[in-house]
Design a binder for this molecule. Structure first.
Ligand code: C2E
Ligand code: CA
Ligand code: CA
Length: 585
């Protein structure tokens, strides 16, 4: 009969080559033997196991495979109390202690997809079990029958995924999702009792520069170190989150003391601004912080985050390295900044940007020796916007390189037209300096204008050179080879140490005007200025004092042997034409 059947199948499937298959042998519900075979192979394949208990909850059956997995020999499982072997997971919080499974089973309800942990081992062995209570025809409970499978591995990866969904893998800090959830929960819980909650939004200054120069991995390493500094300072008083790239947030429940928050902000900035050591390289970054406090600055998450962000923008706009509290007038400030960003994009092509020139004179003879080029933006509505405001915006927007390149070309062209061979000094943003082709940009500006390289001076701040000393030395050497000279600007405000100074092929140091302004009134500033002059001279470097406003200051600097001076005492920065006319070249 079977032979006939198979032959007939073949005959009908002549045109279908694929149907070269065995005869169909369905397993009938009544075919107990083949059904058991099926279950056997299911068990043997490890797809799942079966178990059964008696009315007392003792195992009367457990798949061999499962028993073996638990380290039991043949028949060892029989009689063991199932309810004591496992501890169910608490769905609300997997970390909280549990009652044994026996409690659940004693209710004689069905259980499904229950995650249980093996109780008698320290190893994380997890099963997922399902079971149904059995009753005889008189309605008496006879035990459970159920299935089980080992989910240790999949559970582990699920938990990893959950952790990943809550924590940032680089720093181990809470991610945006977790922090936002925490903030939302806290604000909700606090609303009725009018409890306060502070939110700090923190942004690293110059982080992108470091990761661009030292590489992506170094960037990650830096973030890790930032995270551990944050943790040390916050020390459990709040939850810290890493929201992505160089953005962090700190939620501080029950904190509304502005004095304390201000101190914290100051301390955070100070600690984060200390140098970092990353794979042997030195990196320096800064931080800006915005602070908002619920319920005063916002009631819900969105309001509070916006308020803290506005405060952060204000802190950055104020020159970075600062913290700011939210205040309602910042809303206008933010609108203003967006407007500035939009307008800045086209400011050069709209002819609103120009270079002004301020003389640098010989401290002894007062003869003009050089001019510093300073960028000016004449905004059609807002008038003059100072470079201290728009240069950081241009850096954030990523257009500083274009602006800097434009300025270099402009400066070289202008200087070429001067009637005398004065030198000209151009300011270079750290971001511009750090870029690979900076030396090429300078070379082009010189070629395009025909300016003699010896007449060009580049003013670079310490932050541009200190975080990647080796690369900075290479770039500086390239520039020196071109015949261009280099000044270290704003000296004394950063971290420059003598050992670095010695290694840089620089020609000049400019003492920051903050010291010069106090050189005759503040003993500390006087000492700093004197020390810088002596140190520079011992390294055979020229010293310039910027921001000289009074005769007293000049006299003092002269006595100490300062080489050049620059400041309102001699002249303010002037537009090109006016500078040409009024300066006694
Ligand atoms: P800086 O390089 O330290 O420039 C010196 C600043 O001091 C200038 O401010 C100048 O106008 C001001 N100054 C000069 N003499 C005196 C004085 O006697 N007293 C006082 N109180 N200030 C004096 P300015 O022009 O507002 O520029 C601010 C900063 O913006 C500059 O500081 C520089 O870091 C940046 N900057 C200006 N132009 C450019 C540029 O073309 N490119 C880049 N990357 N940065 C620029
Ligand atoms: Ca300068
Ligand atoms: Ca300066």
């Amino acid at each position: 009969m079977a032979g006939f059947f198979s032959r007939s199948v073949r005959a009908t499937a002549d045109e279908d080559a694929a149907s070269d298959e065995a005869p169909l042998r369905p397993i009938a519900a009544s075919d107990a033997i083949r059904r058991v075979e099926l279950l056997d192979s299911f068990e043997a394949a490890g797809l799942g196991w079966f178990w059964a208990t008696d009315a007392q909850g003792r195992l009367i059956y457990l798949s061999d495979n499962a028993a073996e997995k638990l380290g039991w020999s043949d028949g060892e499982a029989i009689g063991k109390p199932l309810g004591e072997l496992f501890i169910p997971e608490r769905a609300d919080d997997p970390n909280k202690p549990q009652r044994p499974l026996a409690f659940l089973l004693s209710a004689r309800n069905s259980i499904s997809q229950l995650n249980v942990r093996l109780a008698f081992t320290k190893d994380e062995v997890w099963w997922e079990i399902a079971g149904k209570p059995q009753f005889d025809d008189k309605g008496r409970f006879t035990g459970y029958r159920g299935s089980a499978k080992d989910i240790s591995t999949s559970r582990e990866s699920r938990l990893d995924a959950e952790r990943l969904a809550q924590f940032d893998p680089v720093t181990g800090l809470a991610n945006r999702h977790r922090l936002t959830t925490r903030l939302t929960e806290t604000l909700k819980a606090y609303r009725n009792s009018k409890r306060a909650c502070a939110l700090l939004t923190l942004d690293l200054d110059r982080f992108k520069q470091v990761s661009d120069t030292l590489g992506h991995q170094a960037g990650d390493e830096l973030l890790k170190q930032v995270a551990s500094r944050l943790e040390r300072i916050v020390a459990g008083a709040g939850e810290i989150g890493h929201l992505g790239s160089d953005e962090f947030q700190i939620v501080m429940p029950d904190v509304d003391d502005r004095g304390a928050l201000g101190e914290l902000g100051q301390r955070l900035i100070q600690m984060l601004s200390q140098p970092y050591s990353i794979n042997g390289a030195r990196a320096i970054i800064g931080a800006s912080i915005g602070i908002a406090i619920a319920p005063y600055d916002g009631l819900d998450t969105e309001e509070l985050v916006t308020a803290a962000d506005l405060a952060l923008y204000a802190a950055k706009g104020g020159g970075r390295g600062q913290y700011r509290f939210y205040s309602s007038d910042l809303k206008d400030g933010a609108r203003h900044r967006r407007q500035v960003e939009e307008d800045l994009r086209d400011a050069i092509s709209n002819g609103q940007i120009s270079m002004h020139y301020q003389p640098l004179v010989c401290a002894k003879t007062h003869k003009v020796e050089s001019c510093e080029a300073l960028m000016r933006w004449d905004h059609p509505e807002h008038g003059d916007i100072p470079p201290a405001v728009f240069i950081p915006v241009a850096e954030d927007m990523g257009i500083i390189r274009d602006m800097g390149e434009w300025a270099l070309n402009e400066v070289c062209r202008d200087a070429k037209q001067w009637p005398v061979d004065l030198r000209v000094a151009a300011n270079v943003s750290a971001m511009q300096f750090a870029h690979d082709d900076f030396a090429q940009t300078v070379r082009n500006a010189l070629t395009n204008s025909g300016l003699e390289p010896a007449r060009l001076e580049l003013e670079i701040t310490e932050s541009a050179v200190i975080y990647d000393v080796e690369t900075a030395i290479v770039t500086m050497s390239e520039l020196s080879a071109l015949g261009v000279s280099i000044s270290l600007d704003d000296f004394g405000t950063g971290y420059s140490s003598l050992s670095y100074l010695k290694r840089f092929p620089i020609d000049t140091i400019k003492i920051d005007k903050s010291f010069i302004g106090e050189v005759t009134t503040d003993r500390g500033s006087e000492v700093i200025a004197n020390t810088i002059i002596a140190m520079a001279h011992s390294l055979e470097l020229k010293v310039i004092a910027e921001g000289v406003e009074t005769e007293d200051q000049l006299a003092m600097l002269k006595r100490r042997g300062c080489d050049q001076a620059q400041g309102y005492l001699f002249a303010r920065p002037l537009p090109f034409q006016e500078a040409m006319q009024s300066l006694q070249f």
